[in-house]
Ligand binder design. Sequence first.
Ligand code: NAD
Length: 247
Amino acid sequence: MGFSEKTVIVTGSGSGMGQAIAERFASKGAAVVCADIDDDAATQTAEKIEHDDGTSLALEVDVSSENEVKTMIERTVAEFGSLDVLHNNAGIPQQATPVEDVSETEWDQIISVNLKSAFLGVKYAVPHLRDGGGVVLNTASTAAIRPRTGLSAYVASKGGMVALTKQLAYELAPSIRVNAICPVATDTPMLSKFAGEDLSVASMRETIPLGRLAEPVDIAAAATFLASDDAEMITGTALEVDGGRDI
Ligand code: NAD
């Protein structure tokens, strides 16, 4: 499952699962572009990778901006000469809110950051990914499949991510594989930001039969598997990393 000679972009890699994903690809030999709207956080992840003898480049990118995403892809190819894996992972949570109280501004922001970002990334990455049989990964959520109270925009964005994944897998085959990862509640800084009636960490943990939250490394392991040749017959799937959650 080596990634030497491969170039990987991970968005949202300044924190949480993106950071773990970037570090795992780097530990397997990839040159990793750490892209995040938080420049300091992206730089910290890139510095950690280089400290561990990996190769990395930090980029400040707002994934909801077409110009910034286009520049991210161009700078990656200029720096490393190729692009092999694009992981659209950056996302923002929603504070649980009854649908009638969700503002249009909040709806648009969540859909832009969590869903439009993947369209933009793929749009500019495809010409480069086609060169070498590339892979796209999209971080969705178990929320795409099992809704929770008050998360209309978030759930719609993640459901859209799963649908987009299936569409792109069909459209870009056979040269590019596209898969989604659906994490259950994962122990990252985002988790406490959902804050809602049935969204306490304790109540989320109770719904997971394996008895614990996911850890960022669990999601990183799924990412490197789906991007590897071991998964060469897998495209258009939404892999649930959910500890068996079925409610
Ligand atoms: P996190 O908050 O720890 O990290 C998210 C990162 O994305 C941050 O570094 C943030 O700066 C960055 N980001 C936010 N907006 C951005 C933008 N516009 N452009 C570029 N970067 C931006 O969260 P996390 O838990 O690691 O979440 C990663 C992904 O996993 C998200 O898509 C999230 O929706 C999804 N997810 C999280 C959970 C969970 O329980 N934590 C569960 C399922 C899915």
